[in-house]
Design a protein around this ligand. Structure first.
Ligand code: FES
Ligand SMILES: [Fe+2]
Length: 367
């Protein structure tokens, strides 16, 4: 019987620090991860710092208006360059005041001219691949990574179709949710709705119709697309402007391995991104967006409702699963793969497991 079924990954994938280290090197350092939103760096010299795969990085807008991403480390003796976010004319290292242009080139350092053979033109901050995806900045530590459009074909345009004002959006609310679980436990939980009817009453009754929920991997690339019909508009927990295209629909695009764009009915864009911290710790960020980040009581209410209901419900589930994965009584169980797919099927989990296994055994990771 075992051969015909798809089984969950071994518990070691979620509990063994050595597996986590391999994953950081083979998977998290070689895939596109959310960095921040372009609206937070509108002017030359605007920057923000963040972390991917344990690496401290920063994005900064240059005088040419391009946003670049660099490892946050001085090329002299390794002090970190920037903290938090802000604006700067040049990047100045706080240790010995070496300075760098916004484009990463070395500019000057106290007394470096007295050093025979010192060639500043050979010194440059180490750049990281960075892409703007509908205003969302992503970084990839793999210099040879394929572009995001190859990893997520068609998604850029599809989001644009569902969120016509995506270029004007800015974050209204960022909510940080620490979870005591492996990042994959949280991503898997996000990627199936088999648990929704039992665990998410508000989401199931106030946003979507769980019986129509489906999650499908796109044929190409590494995307799980969620589609569902919505509850009748009267049952919605917020008001919807029906004049915009697709206003009555719900859709979400999970971009492997750790970001999701969700479009709630009414073209309400919100995002998830996951940061893996340790084998049994991750942080989930929920982002809520409005035109130019304008105040909206409805969106704030929705964010609060979400954190008090769906998110809180999920935190309990994933933390329990993480404890269970440490149990001596656990053997990986069969996934429920319904050939018809639908809400009570875990075919999306099978796809995620496949992508994990691929990344962990391949040197050559391509979408
Ligand atoms: S470490 Fe940066 S100037 Fe010395
Ligand atoms: Fe959930």
């Amino acid at each position: 019987m075992r051969d015909s079924l798809a089984y969950s990954l071994d518990a070691a994938y979620y509990t063994d620090p050595a597996v986590f280290d391999r994953e950081v090197a083979s998977l998290l350092s070689r895939t596109w991860q959310f960095a921040g939103h372009a609206s937070s760096v509108p002017k030359p010299g605007d920057y923000f710092t963040f972390e991917i795969a344990g690496q401290n990085l920063f994005c900064i807008r240059g005088r040419d208006h391009a946003v670049r991403c660099f490892y946050n480390v001085c090329q002299h003796r390794a002090h970190e360059l920037l903290e938090g976010d802000g604006n700067t004319r040049v990047v100045v290292c706080p240790y010995h005041a070496w300075t760098y242009e916004l484009s990463g080139e070395f500019r000057a350092g106290p007394n470096t001219r007295s050093v025979r053979g010192f060639d500043g033109s050979k010194i440059c901050l180490e750049e990281v691949r960075c892409e703007d995806f509908n205003g969302f900045l992503f970084a990839n530590l793999d210099k040879n990574a394929s572009q995001m459009d190859e990893w997520y074909p068609g998604v850029r345009d599809e989001i644009r179709e569902y969120v016509p004002d995506v270029d004007d959006l800015a974050p209204l609310e960022w909510i940080e949710i620490p979870e005591r679980c492996n990042w994959k436990v949280s991503v898997e939980n996000y990627s199936e709705c088999y648990h929704c009817p039992l665990n998410h009453k508000t989401f199931s009754q106030g946003v979507v119709k769980p019986e129509t929920y489906d999650i499908q991997p796109l044929q190409k690339g590494r995307v799980l697309r969620h589609t569902t019909e919505c509850q009748s508009l009267e049952a919605m927990t917020y008001d919807i402007d029906m004049s915009v295209p697709h206003a009555g629909e719900y859709r979400s695009w999970f971009l492997w391995p750790a970001t999701s764009f969700q479009c709630y009915p009414g073209n309400v864009l919100n995002t998830y991104h996951w940061r893996a911290e340790k084998v049994d710790r991750c942080t989930v960020w929920r982002g809520w967006f409005t035109g130019n980040g304008e105040e909206s009581a409805a969106i704030r209410d929705l964010a609060i409702q979400d954190i008090r209901t769906t998110v809180a419900e999920d935190v309990k589930l994933v933390e329990s699963v993480q404890r269970g994965l440490g149990s001596k009584g656990y053997r990986p169980g069969p996934l429920v793969i319904d050939p018809e797919c639908g809400v009570n099927s875990e075919h999306s989990i099978r796809a995620l497991h496949q992508w994990v296994r691929e990344a962990m055994r391949c040197d050559n990771i391509t979408p």
